[in-house]
Design a protein. Sequence first.
Length: 278
Amino acid sequence: MTEKTSLKIGEFSRLMQVTVKTLRHYERIGLLMPDSVDEITGYRYYTLSQMQRLNSIRRLKEIGFSLEEIGEMYRDTTHSPSLRQLNAKLRECDEEIRRLMTRRRRLKEMKDSRKNIRNMEKFTIQPLPAVIVASHREVIKSYEDLGSLCVNVIGPEMQRLGCRCTQDGYCFTIEHDKEYKPEDIDIEYCEAVEEKGADSSIIQFKELPAVEKALCMKHYGPYNRFYESYTEAFRYIEEKGYRICGNPRTVYVDGIWNQEDPEKWLSIIQVPVEMREK
């Protein structure tokens, strides 16, 4: 009779390239039990049959089966997926491919949009289309609080409400104060969404009408230097014979979320304008 080769858990872990923590987890859930356990030392020993079973578990995981599903196969003594299970996994793959293709398309559109923004001349006059937005208005202490407000309050609430953002990721703020205030700023954050949802105490949905003409200007740098860009924008507006006819918007393209250096932050100032009557 051939004697079985027994390996301690550490040896088995090293040879099979799997962590001891994973082996202990598999044992806890009854998926891969040691061949034997020394009653005195508690040492666990594994043999060739455990190697074969571990390889089978790996292959099944690689093609998308969960540990729970694999455990069911072994409890049913089939040790392999049925045609029904394989067809179900194929459908899941097809759905995942569709999701990834949609994500890839949206990422490419966003990348192209960023390229267009960076290639945009400093001043342009453009129409702003009508847009449905998820809106949140609040008095914040300073601009520095805007990032945490978006990440910790607005974002989770939009996700809870099932908001579907538009492909271009258009988001902007509107200030409602009638004068400059360095703190306690009455600001409204708007993010373009595909359709209106049910309002909550945090998010209100609204449709903003189209703007026939808006001066659009790139602003590089931190937000506390917006005044420099507004000075240039208003000079341009006056020189070209325009007048302001709506609340300016600030669109955030690059910021602290993806650029550590504030000098590389990119915002777009959008000021609704119309020709001044002669």
